[in-house]
Design a protein around this ligand. Sequence first.
Ligand code: SF4
Length: 67
Amino acid sequence: MDTMSVTVRRDFCVGNGNCVRVAPEVFALEGSGPAEVLTKNPSDDLREQVEEAEAFCPTDAIEVIRL
Ligand code: SF4
C-alpha cells in the first residue's frame, strides 16, 4: 500500500547528497544534482528514512505528502 508521495523541488536542490546518504533506496544523485526520486511512493518500511531525508535537506527541497 502506498503511504507517501515524495518529490524533489529541483529548483531548490543544492545537490549536497544528504537525502541519498540517509535514504539511498528513495533518492539518487548524479554529479551536482538535482537529486532524483527513485521511489515516488515508498512503502511504510521506508518512512523513517524518508522523514530523515526530509529533515536533513538544507533547502526544504524534499516534499512529502502523507497519504
Ligand atoms: S538533501 Fe535536499 S538539497 Fe541535498 S541533494 Fe537531497 S534534495 Fe538536494
